[in-house]
Structure formats: C-alpha cells, structure tokens
Design a protein around this ligand. Structure first.
Ligand SMILES: [Zn+2]
Length: 558
C-alpha cells in the first residue's frame, strides 16, 4: 500500500461525481443546492457502508463551500477551500457531527438545540449531522421535532439512518428523504478494480468479482475486504491473488463444487453426491450458507428456465453459467419448487438438530428421493402416451375399409383404461367434473370419493399410508409412511382435478401428522372392545369360555 490509511478513508468520495452508485440522488441534491432551494432537513437512509455519512459531508461542503457559485457546487479536491478542508477533517466549527448511537438522551439533544440558537460563526450555514438517528429516545425525538418545525434560516439538519422504520413519521415528514441504493455488483467491481490498480494490487478479476459479490452492496465492506486481500498479496510469495485465495480467506466454498454436487443429485448418483458433500464438509463449509447457496442455485436455474437468461448483474463465472445451463435441462419447474420448499424447511431444521453433517446428508438423500418421485411419474406418462398412440394407429389402419359407425365402435373398444387415463393426463384442462368441489370438506370425503370412483389402490393408500397434517378444500398437507406409492401425489392430484374440475395442492409436510385413518379405525375398535369387556354379560361369557377372545364388535341396526 502506498500509505497506511485504510482504503475506505483514502478513497472516500470528496465530490458528488465520485459517489458510487447514487447518481440520481447526487443529481437531485446538487441541482437543489445550485438553485438555492434546499430543505431544512435531509434524511439519508440505506444499508451500512453505502455512503450515508459521506453524502452528509458532501452536502455540508456544498452548502458552505467558499468557492461555490451558481455553476460549481464546491471546490475541487485538488484545491480545497479552508471550509471544505475543515469539514473533511471533522473540525469545522459550524458543522457538528453527532452519533446518536452513543448520545441518545434528551440532554444530548437539548444541548444541540441550545447551540442551534446561535448563528453560524463563519460559514453560511450551521449544520448538524446526526448519524444513526433512529437510536434517539422518544423524548429526544420530541425535542428535535420542535426545532425541525421552526428552524432558524441558517440551520440545516442532515439525519442518517440504517433503520428508517424506527423514525417517527412526524420527523420523516419534516425532512427531504433520500434512499441510498445498494451498489450493484457490476458497479462495485468497476470501483474496486480501479482502486486495486491504483494501489498496485495484483488481483485477478475473478477474485475481485467475489469481493464485489460478498460485500452485498456496501462500498465500505468491499474496500475493507480489498484492504485485507492487498495485505495478503504483499505477504504471499508469488505476489498475486487468485479466486481460491479470496475464497480461503473468506471461508467461501467454490460454487462450482456445489453445482456439481447438485448435478449428481439430479442424475441420482447417490454415492458421488455424498462423496462431494463429505469433501465440502471437511473443507469447512458453513451448513446454513451451503443451503443458502443451493437456494441461490435453484433461483438461477428457475430464472434460466422461465426467463431464458441469468441476470447480468450477478457476475457468475463462465464455467458456472455453463453448469447452470446444463442443469436447467435436467429439472422442471415443479421439482425446483419442491426442492426450494424442502431446502427452506431444512434451514429451519438446523435450529433443532445439533448434528450439522447428519442434517446435510439426510437433506441430500431426500433430494435424490424427491427427484425420483418426479422422474417416475414422467416415465409412466410417457409410456402411457406411447401405448395410447400405437393402439390408435393400429385401430386406424384396421378400420380403413369399415364403415364410419363401426369404425368408431372398434376404436372405442380398443381404448383400454390406460388409454383413457393417459388422455386425462395429457389434457388435464378437459373437464371430467362429476363432484362439486365445495362439497369436499374433509379428508374422509376424499376417501369416500376414491371409493365411489373405484380407485381401490388410491383408497388403500389414503386410508393406510397417509397421515393428515392439515386439510382445506383444495389444499392438503400430508405426511406418509414408507409404504406409500411413489406416484401417490401425482395420481391424487390428477384424480382430484378430473373429479372436481379444480387443481388441488397436495404438499408433503415434515410434521408427523395425525394417525392414518386405518390406525384410527383400529384404535376405535380396540377401545370399543375394551368398553364391551366391562359389560357384565360379556364378562361372564368370557369367564365361562376361557379360550374365547373378543375380537370384533358390530353395531346391530334395528
Ligand atoms: Zn470548498
């Protein structure tokens, strides 16, 4: 480094034109100052490190600069006036900075207000900059409000905050508000590349891109990371910094490894997926950020499928984009939705499960299983559709010479159940509605419907293998046991659509749910038997026939 000053201070913008990523705000503020139409109070909001305090000082300088005129907002950094110089060094007598984080009480504000009664000593305006203004107490805000309502003409307030919601509306309405934006990744990259070159950094673009990304829009964070990286460069033997160096420094996993792991999941390669997971875990991945990386990946794949491209501002290395493009061909939107939900649930699980590796392994295995569910269904539909097509073809060729009526008849005879089923799957919008949607009010109603429709397997699954978690017409949450048919959800969704003309949402819940209907039935029977044993006649009967057992009870209808 050319000197010891930290980069964030060294490269703090001294003119509005140097402010990164806040073009509109810069323009609005400078225009109003040039026109002499300035508000009594400015309110600057935005995330930390985005340039609020810097902007506050830029405003203070522009309002008080000795060299300012109707064309030029303030002196240039090459030839600063005394006022600007003093403001930069935080020692101008009329520009007072207060950090509300440390001075929150009414007494601090009272002192400030007392001071505000005096005219500026030697500048045009007396300016109060209050940082982290949301930290003020209620009383302090009330004190401040009175001054904001009737401010002396030579007094200006500049308030800055990261938490606008904590500021009373009465205060906000007295200020002109400016929301400083997060700095976009592309813009951040340009900025730190520029600083890096000036500092003789020998850092690859890939490494700089990682810094731009992890700083999440905060210029200060990006520069302080750059500081660390340049120090690292000066200490390292080959005097360059690569992507992998930055990753190691920040404890960030190589995203392409996660993408490859995900690819193995989609291909159903359980062993390979687990091997990669193990390596990543041994390398020290953070469990939660790993799961968040998966969410980010799902979002990118979804974006690729739905919108055809990945947002330019994301800055993703070429090899990762290629991988994402490949993945987007192997997964459909439904699976992405399922994976998304499941990932979020796993993140929640982390709060209760102490073994991180176990959670991750379980997560990966379950993802593979979820993907299988989807594949099986697709294959089945494809087979059905193919068969149906062939059957129709045969029937058509056979029927060429037969009259129109018998042609239809033969065709209908050839249509087996499978064919009809596949047509339903192919044309879900076709209305087979037989039952009024609104009449299905309980889970049992669905079981009865399956019975009525002669769906024996489905009814069996509903009764024995499904545990109800939550039921609303059109929306069912279930959990299940290992015996449940893999295609259950798909089948039930299609059947319900055909029976009711509505698309039902059936989701798998991780809550254990109620008992199955069958379990409930057994339990009811058992308790009836127990009750019956208490009846005297039954008791004496059982006493008489020692080998007899009461196994069932039936209500007699009279
Ligand atoms: Zn100046």
């Amino acid at each position: 480094m050319t000197n010891n000053k930290i980069l964030a201070l060294k490269y703090r913008p001294q003119e509005f034109k140097d402010l990164i990523g806040q073009d509109i705000i810069s323009k609005t503020i400078t225009n109003s100052i040039l026109k002499g139409k300035t508000p009594n109070a400015y309110l600057l909001t935005g995330i930390r490190g985005v340039g609020k305090t810097t902007t506050a000082r830029l405003i203070a300088k522009a309002l008080n600069c000795e060299k300012a005129n109707s064309e030029k907002i303030n002196c240039s950094k090459e030839s600063l006036c005394t006022t600007c110089k003093e403001i930069i060094n935080s020692n101008h007598i009329d520009v007072l900075e207060m950090d509300a984080a440390s001075k929150t009480g009414i007494d601090d504000v009272r002192e400030l207000i007392e001071n505000s009664k005096y005219s500026p000593a030697n500048a045009k305006f007396k300016i109060f900059i209050i940082d982290e203004v949301h930290m003020l107490s209620k009383q302090a805000f009330n004190g401040l409000l009175k001054t904001l309502e009737e401010p002396p003409p030579s007094l200006k307030f500049i308030l800055a905050t990261t938490e606008i919601r904590k500021i009373p509306l009465t205060i906000i309405s007295r200020c002109q508000r400016f929301d400083l934006k997060r700095v976009g990744i592309t813009e951040m990259f340009k900025h730190i590349k520029n600083v890096s070159e000036k500092e003789k950094g020998n850092i690859t673009d890939g490494a700089l891109k990682i810094i731009s990304k992890v700083s999440e829009g905060s210029v200060r964070d990006a520069l302080s990371l750059l500081d660390r990286v340049i120090t690292f460069q000066n200490l390292s033997s080959n005097n360059t910094v690569e992507e992998s160096d930055v990753r190691n420094m920040l404890g960030i996993v190589d995203k392409s490894k996660i993408i490859i792991l995900f690819k193995e999941v989609l291909n159903g390669n359980t062993q390979e997926a687990i091997n990669i997971l193990k390596t990543l875990y041994e390398d020290g991945i953070d469990t939660k950020s790993f799961l968040n990386d998966i969410l980010e990946l799902l979002n990118l794949v979804n974006r690729k499928i739905s919108l055809g491209s990945i947002e330019k501002d994301q800055i993703i290395p070429e090899n990762e984009i290629n991988l994402i493009n490949e993945i987007s061909k192997e997964i459909n939107i439904t699976d992405i939705g399922l994976f998304w939900q499941f990932t979020i649930k796993t993140i929640e699980d982390l709060k209760v499960i102490s073994n991180d590796y176990m959670t991750l392994e379980m997560y990966i295995l379950q993802l593979i299983h979820l993907k299988d569910l989807g594949n099986d269904n697709e294959q089945k539909i494809n087979i059905n559709a193919e068969r149906a097509e062939n059957t129709v073809k045969i029937s058509e060729s056979k029927n060429k010479e037969i009259s129109e009526t018998s042609k239809l008849k033969t065709k209908n005879q050839l249509k087996n159940i499978e064919q009809i089923e596949s047509e339903i799957i192919k044309n879900p919008q076709k209305n087979y509605k037989q039952t009024d949607y609104k009449n299905i009010k309980t889970f049992e109603d669905i079981v009865n419907l399956a019975d009525k429709e002669n769906e024996i397997e489905l009814k069996y699954d509903l009764e024995r293998n499904v545990k109800l978690v939550n039921f609303k017409t059109g929306n069912i949450d279930i959990s299940f046991n290992e015996k449940l048919n893999k295609n259950f959800i798909k089948i039930l969704t299609e059947k319900l659509l055909n029976w009711t003309g509505e698309r039902w949402i059936i989701s798998l819940s991780k809550n254990s749910g109620d008992k199955t209907l069958y379990e409930k039935k057994i339990e009811l029977k058992r308790s009836k038997i127990e009750d019956a044993k208490k009846i005297n006649e039954v008791n004496s009967l059982l006493d008489t026939f020692k080998d007899a057992q009461l196994t069932d009870i039936e209500d007699i209808k009279d």
